[in-house]
Write a protein that binds this ligand. Structure first.
Ligand SMILES: *Cc1c(COP(=O)(O)O)cnc(C)c1O
Length: 394
């Protein structure tokens, strides 16, 4: 039985009439840039996330880049982020001239470890004129936690550290749109807790466009305005550039499609969560939790519905590569997110990290394996995946 990692064709079939009508409308209007579809999508997404402002941009990467540029983060600055994430987070920090500072992850959640973060600050940083300065005399200006695989970081801790040290808090929520966190025992959605939230609508994300697209949420009206200017080359009045921005616009065709898909997001994430529960129950039923480490749900006891949105269902095993080969032989598609921790990436060699600096991130890179998950995955396909994994360990 062939099981793809992701298959959104059924989802598209159900919405294709609506999507085609909306794209036809855009084509007939010949209005492709900064038009009504974008405004509608921004408004709907701001409401969905519970954020006062939402600014559509050209990708999740550009969401991060636009935020860093609008904040004028640059040379001499350092930005703290996770050692284990997609490249874009740290790539954008480096692109504006700042230095990424990596922190190890929590091995259960794969998210940045709050104790490791506090240890780094205590050991390597000091206060100089109210600013946090590290061992390389860089000013730490921001903290960028990543909500990996659809699970929020411990944002109570991130907020506490950011407030204590006067850091700007930017959430990389590219994999976590709609994921909820029990903030001070209420509910807050990913990307609305810090000063800004960055989202991606890359086609395989929980809310995917038909191409590249992204969005920034923020609380501050002035900053929202600055981001709108930033995505147009820093241009306020026509051909007058207040500061250096870029072409970071989200186009009308993508916005029109995303607007149609957004109302279905919660039901899709719910279906992912049910599929995840099915995997977990089946694995446990066969005693496989001894052989493979299953995903954790740290906020499941809260009353939150979207406490995890399972952008990925990631297991880990010391025999990861052999297991993956077996699944490939059985026509089950899997993925490794991510085969290298960020400090192991060749492009970050200049940062001077060495093997062993972030043991949990390194171990996750060697052991983690993402199994097929998407809203429409059948229980039959999942049972087959579980059977093949059980067979591997028998
Ligand atoms: C996908 C992703 C991004 C980048 O988004 P793009 O839309 O592909 O540019 C950034 N950070 C994380 C964690 C991601 O998963």
């Amino acid at each position: 039985m062939r099981v793809p990692l992701l298959d959104l064709s059924e989802q598209y079939r159900k919405l294709s009439g609506e999507i085609r009508a909306a794209t036809d409308e855009v084509l007939a209007s010949q209005r492709f840039i900064l038009g009504p579809k974008l405004a509608q999508f921004e408004e709907a997404t701001a409401e969905y996330c519970g954020s006062p402002h939402a600014i559509g941009v050209s990708s999740g990467t550009d969401a991060l880049l636009a935020v860093f540029m609008a904040l004028e983060i640059g040379l001499g600055d350092a930005v703290i982020t996770s050692a284990y994430s997609f490249f874009a987070t740290s790539g954008c920090i480096a692109r504006v001239g700042a230095t990424p500072v990596f922190i190890d992850i929590d091995p259960d959640t794969y998210n940045i470890s709050a104790p490791a973060l506090r240890r780094y600050i205590e050991k390597y940083c000091r206060r100089v004129e109210g600013k946090l300065v590290n061992e390389n005399r860089q000013t730490i200006v921001a903290l960028v936690p990543v909500h990996l695989f659809g699970l929020c970081c411990d944002m109570n801790e991130m907020l506490a550290v950011a407030r204590e040290h006067n850091l700007i808090l930017i959430e990389d929520a590219a994999q976590a749109i709609g994921a909820e966190f029990p903030l001070e025992n209420a509910s807050a959605k990913a990307g609305t807790i810090g000063d800004a939230g960055c989202f991606s609508f890359y086609p395989s994300k929980n809310l995917g466009a038909a191409g590249d697209a992204g969005l920034v949420t923020c609380r501050n009206a002035q900053f929202a305005e600055r981001l709108r200017i930033c995505r147009q080359h820093g241009m306020e009045a026509r051909y007058q550039h207040q500061f250096i921005g870029g072409n970071f616009r989200l186009d009308e065709l993508q916005a029109a499609i995303l607007k149609i898909k957004l109302p279905h997001l919660d039901s899709w994430s719910g279906a992912r969560r049910e599929a995840a529960r099915f995997y977990t129950t089946e694995f446990q039923g066969r005693g496989l939790q001894q052989k493979i480490k299953l995903p954790v749900e740290p906020y499941a006891a809260s009353s939150l519905v979207n406490h995890h949105i399972y952008h990925q269902y990631v297991i880990r095993s010391p025999n990861r590569d052999e297991l993956r080969q077996r699944l490939t032989d059985r026509e089950i598609e899997t993925a490794i997110y991510y085969p290298l921790a960020l400090h192991e990436q060749p492009c970050f060699e200049y940062l001077g990290y060495k093997a062993g600096d972030f043991p949990e991130a390194e171990r996750a890179a060697r052991e983690s394996l993402a199994l097929p998950i998407y809203p429409e995955i059948s229980r039959e396909a999942q049972r087959y995946v579980v059977n093949c994994i059980a067979e591997f360990f028998s």
